[in-house]
Write a protein that binds this ligand. Structure first.
Ligand SMILES: CC(C)(COP(=O)(O)OP(=O)(O)OC[C@H]1O[C@@H](n2cnc3c(N)ncnc32)[C@H](O)[C@@H]1OP(=O)(O)O)[C@@H](O)C(=O)NCCC(=O)NCCS
Length: 421
C-alpha cells in the first residue's frame, strides 16, 4: 500500500536549490504536524544548524504527484539521532526517535508503520540496545514494543508565607541570576553532571542551546521574558539552574520552563530562590515524580501535583545488553521469556543477578516468568514495579516466580527524564 510513495533520507548537507527546497519542505511538514506556524528563515537556519550538530537522520515520504505546489513537502516524516540514556547503573547508547508526523491527508495507510519498522531494524543493525521516544498520544507506540517508562509531574507550589523548608539550605553554595545569553557553558556543565547521576535521563538535543538562551521555538522569536538563575556549589562549580518567566495574572506566577540540578542541595537552594521572588505567590512547572522538595517542606501540601503525564517511552532492542546495563536489587537467577512481535527482543533469557548487576544470556530452558517487550520497557527504568504489572495480567508465572522477579527487579531511585525531543 506504500508502494506509490518515495521513501528517502534527507541530505542535510547538500545546499543545492532543489535540496534546500526539500529541507524546507521537511521542516514545514513537522511544523504542520505539531500544529505550529509556518517556519521563518531564522527558525530554518537554527533548526538546520541544530539537527546537523545532533547528527540526525531524517527520513521522509514524498508523493510523486502532478501537484507542483506540494512536491517538496513530505507526507510523512521520521527522525532519529543517537545520544545516551542513564539506566541507573550505566550510561548506554539511546536511539532517540523524533519528528514522527503523517499528513492528515495520508493517515492510516501504513506510512508510519513502514517508517518505524524500517527504523527499528536499522537501530538493531547499528547495535542500539534501546530506542526511546516521547508520544503525543497514549495508544500509538505499544504495537511497536515501546512502553511508557518515566512520568513527569506538573507542580503548582504555593510560595506565599506557607512555603517553608524544614532547613534553609546552607552549604556554602550560592545562587546567581545571570543573562541567559551568557551562561551556556555553565548550563551544559550542569546538564552533563545531572545526566551522570540521574536514572532515566537522556542526552539533550542541540535545540536546547538556543532555547535556554531565550529563543522561543514555538513563537519563532526571542523571548525576552526568560530569566535564568544558576546555582554554584560550595566548590564554586555550577550544580543547578532554573530557567523561568514571570506571568502576570490574577496572581503573579513564576513559570518554570526548565530546572536541572546535579545535587539535592542545588535542588532545594533553587526552590528557596524561586520562593523568594517578590510579589509572586505561586510557582508552576515540570518536576520529577519523586523529588526532595516534597519531603523538605514544613507543610507538604504547598506542593500540589496538577498532572502526571507519561514522558519517556522505552523499547528494548537488545535484551542481554540492555538488561545487563541496568541495576538489579536482589541476588537470584530466573528465566524470563520476552515476547516481541517484531522479533528483535524475542526469546528466553537467563538473568543471574548478584551484587547489584546481572549477567543475561539466551537460554533454551523453560521460562519462570513471561512478559512482552512493551512491559519490559515499562519495567526498565523502575518507574513501575513488577507487582502491579503482574496483577494487570501483563507478567505471568507462578506466585513465587513473580515475587522473586520483583525482588530482583524493583528498586529505587525512581527515574526522571527532563529532556523533551
Ligand atoms: C500518529 C501518526 C504518526 C500515525 O501515522 P499513520 O501513518 O496514520 O499510522 P499507520 O497507518 O502506519 O498506523 C500504524 C498503526 O498505528 C495505529 N495508529 C496510528 N495512529 C494512531 C493513533 N493516533 N492512536 C492509536 N493508534 C494509532 C494504526 O491503527 C495502525 O495500527 P495497526 O497497524 O495495528 O492496524 C499520525 O497520525 C500523525 O502524524 N499524527 C500527528 C502527529 C503526532 O501525533 N505524531 C506523534 C508524535 S510522537
Amino acid at each position: 500500500m506504500t508502494d506509490d510513495f518515495i521513501f528517502a533520507t534527507l541530505d542535510l548537507d547538500d545546499e543545492s536549490a532543489d535540496n534546500t527546497a526539500r529541507i524546507h519542505g521537511w521542516l514545514e511538514a513537522i511544523m504542520r504536524g505539531f500544529h505550529q506556524g509556518r517556519a521563518t528563515d531564522e527558525l530554518r537556519d537554527r533548526w538546520l544548524a541544530a539537527v546537523r550538530v545532533d547528527g540526525a537522520t531524517n527520513r521522509g515520504v514524498w508523493e510523486s504527484s502532478d501537484l507542483p505546489l506540494s512536491d517538496d513537502v513530505p507526507v510523512a516524516t521520521f527522525g532519529h539521532f543517537v545520544k545516551t540514556i542513564n539506566t541507573g547503573a550505566e550510561t548506554i547508547p539511546a536511539w532517540m526517535i523524533t519528528d514522527v508526523t503523517v499528513a492528515p491527508t495520508h493517515r492510516r495507510r501504513g506510512l508510519m508503520r513502514r517508517l518505524m519498522t524500517e527504523n527499528l531494524a536499522s537501530a538493531v543493525a547499528e547495535g542500539a540496545p534501546v530506542a526511546v521516544l516521547t508520544a503525543s498520544e497514549g495508544a500509538i507506540y505499544q504495537r511497536f514494543g515501546f512502553g511508557p517508562a518515566t512520568r513527569e509531574a506538573r507542580v503548582r507550589v504555593d510560595t506565599s508565607a506557607r512555603f517553608r523548608l524544614r532547613e534553609r539550605p546552607v552549604d556554602g553554595g550560592r545562587v546567581v541570576m545571570v543573562d541567559p545569553t551568557a551562561a551556556w557553558t555553565s548550563l551544559s556543565t550542569v546538564f552533563a553532571r545531572h545526566h551522570e547521576v540521574t536514572r532515566g535521563s537522556v542526552g539533550r538535543p542541540n535545540y536546547y542551546e538556543s532555547w535556554l538562551q531565550g529563543y522561543d521555538w514555538e513563537e519563532q522569536s526571542e523571548d525576552r521574558k526568560q530569566r535564568l538563575a544558576v546555582r554554584f556549589g560550595p566548590d564554586g562549580e555550577p550544580d543547578g539552574f532554573v530557567s523561568y518567566a514571570i506571568k502576570e495574572g490574577d496572581a503573579v506566577e513564576v513559570k518554570v520552563r526548565d530546572m536541572v540540578t546535579a545535587t539535592p542541595a542545588a535542588h532545594l537552594a533553587l526552590w528557596q530562590f524561586l520562593a523568594d521572588i517578590d510579589l509572586a505567590e505561586v510557582v508552576t512547572g515540570p518536576a520529577a515524580v519523586v523529588e526532595p522538595l516534597a519531603h523538605a517542606l514544613v507543610d507538604h501540601r504547598v506542593r500540589g501535583v496538577t498532572a502526571m503525564p507519561d514522558h519517556l517511552w522505552v523499547r528494548i532492542l537488545d535484551v542481554p545488553v540492555a538488561l545487563a546495563a541496568r541495576p538489579w536489587f536482589g541476588d537470584d537467577r530466573l528465566n524470563v521469556r520476552v515476547v516481541d512481535d517484531l522479533g528483535h527482543a524475542d526469546g528466553t533469557f537467563s538473568i543471574e543477578a548478584a551484587g547489584g548487576r546481572a549477567s543475561v544470556t539466551p537460554t533454551a530452558d523453560e521460562p519462570d516468568v513471561t512478559l512482552d517487550v512493551e512491559t519490559l520497557g515499562t519495567l526498565y527504568l523502575g518507574d513501575v514495579a513488577v507487582d502491579p504489572l503482574a496483577r494487570a495480567g501483563r507478567i505471568t508465572g507462578t506466585e513465587d516466580a513473580i515475587r522473586r522477579f520483583g525482588a530482583m527487579t524493583d528498586g529505587s531511585p525512581s527515574p526522571h527524564c527532563n529532556t523533551h525531543f
